[in-house]
Design a binder for this molecule. Structure first.
Ligand SMILES: C[S@@+](CC[C@H](N)C(=O)[O-])C[C@H]1O[C@@H](n2cnc3c(N)ncnc32)[C@H](O)[C@@H]1O
Ligand code: SF4
Length: 376
């Protein structure tokens, strides 16, 4: 029985230079057969996953906004038919500002999508160009305006910091530029250089000048401060929202609740097993057509490992982990298993226990990975 459904859309107009997601350029002609495979995959997954009704559906990518809206409507309809929707289900679609029109947004809303997450990344065209984005800053503002006019209220945007040659002033300018739109939800991420990307090649050959670690940390901290001043509450390491606009889908992941991921390379977590589907979209579609769920990797988590994962995922949320709920779900007292780590990290000022909850301290936020290592 799953609470969330993720659908992976592995198509992009052009691959951004920093991106290592499972996505492909020039494959758009495979969209119809891929769409058929997604429909069929949901049917094949029903015996294992259907039951309680979905709290969330998430079209992620890649660039889901490249999917024609009637295909999105077909997928939403199939998901409703097979898994059922809870009242108020959140249906999110990631949109790239370079791939949308006013009609597209109107049609997506009619297809059942009620939340959009847009990749803005930066306010300066020179940075967007050097990231390899297919849009300029004006396109981002235009897309936002179209989405609002189409009737979308639950909107989010993504920004990135720590870009090559980016100054603190430019980062703050990007934040203020985005905040002028009064977004109910915003995510920001420090650039990571991923193996296999052009950025990785350029970085290794010395062509890419990245901001020093100290500047990256200053950017993260100034981001938190500026968003707070604008009434956006930080509820996760990289996520900020006005009351009532937290991403339900991501909260399912951080709470380690059962989710099904369909599509090429998508991960699922179901009955203590974590598994992924094959990464190549054409092979994925072919294998589904042949009648099987094309699983690539699968791991049954030992209870101890599963609790370690639940711990560091839960600590990503600033509300922290409710210790009574933990005992109920995990069957083991937090103290009994993680007492030692908790004592050390509390002494270092990185964790705090308050009101029956354990959480990261503000000081720990830029060092969160150090904390999480203690639970792996
Ligand atoms: C799956 S992508 C999303 C959406 C859509 N494909 C787009 O780019 O507009 C989610 C977000 O992750 C962030 N991201 C992707 N690769 C990253 C990297 N290497 N380092 C930091 N952030 C990254 C970007 O902010 C991006 O918008
Ligand atoms: S549009 Fe998004 S998924 Fe596609 S290459 Fe760029 S960052 Fe990656």
């Amino acid at each position: 029985m799953i609470e969330g459904l993720y659908l992976h859309i592995p198509f992009c107009q052009r691959r951004c230079f920093y991106c290592d997601f499972n996505t492909y350029e020039g494959l758009e002609k495979s969209i119809p057969e891929y769409h058929q495979a997604l429909l069929e995959d949901m049917r094949l997954s029903a015996p294992e996953a259907a039951g309680g009704g979905l709290k969330s559906v998430f079209f992620g990518g890649g660039t889901p906004s490249l999917l024609p809206a009637d295909l999105v409507a077909g997928l939403v309809g199939r998901a409703r038919g097979i898994f059922g929707f809870e009242p108020g289900v959140e249906i999110t679609l990631e949109a790239n500002p370079g791939t949308v029109t006013p009609e597209k947004f109107r049609d997506l809303l009619r297809a059942g999508v009620n939340r959009l997450s847009m990749g803005f990344q930066a306010a300066q065209d020179r940075h967007l160009e050097s990231l390899g984005r297919v849009h300029g800053a004006a396109d981002s503002l235009q897309a936002w305006e179209w989405a609002r006019r189409a009737g979308f209220e639950n909107l989010s945007l993504d920004l990135m910091f720590g870009l090559p040659g980016q100054t603190l002033e430019e980062w703050e300018e990007s934040l203020k530029w985005a905040l002028d739109l009064d977004p109910p939800h915003l995510s920001f991420y420090g650039l990571t250089i991923e193996k296999g990307t052009r950025y990785h090649q350029w970085w290794q050959s010395g062509r890419l000048q990245l901001p020093e670690e100290g500047l990256q940390a200053d950017m993260y901290e100034s981001g938190i401060r500026i968003l707070k001043e604008h009434g956006l509450e930080q509820y996760e390491i990289s996520n900020f929202a006005r009351p009532g606009f937290r991403s339900r889908h991501n909260q399912l992941y951080w709470r380690n609740l059962p989710t099904l991921g369909i599509g090429a390379g998508a991960w699922s977590f179901l009955e203590g097993r974590r598994f992924s589907r094959v990464k190549d979209p054409r092979e994925y579609a072919l294998r589904v057509r042949e009648g099987g769920i094309p699983v690539e990797e699968s791991e049954r988590l030992e209870p101890k490992k599963a609790r370690g994962e639940a711990a560091y995922l839960g600590l990503r949320m600033l509300d922290g982990i409710d210790l009574l709920e933990w005992k109920d779900r995990q069957g083991v007292e937090w103290e009994e298993e993680f007492g030692e780590q908790t004592k050390n990290l509390t002494k270092r000022g990185l964790l705090e226990v308050q009101g029956g909850k354990i959480r990261l301290t503000p000081r720990a936020l830029p060092l969160a990975n150090e904390v999480f290592c203690e639970f792996v």
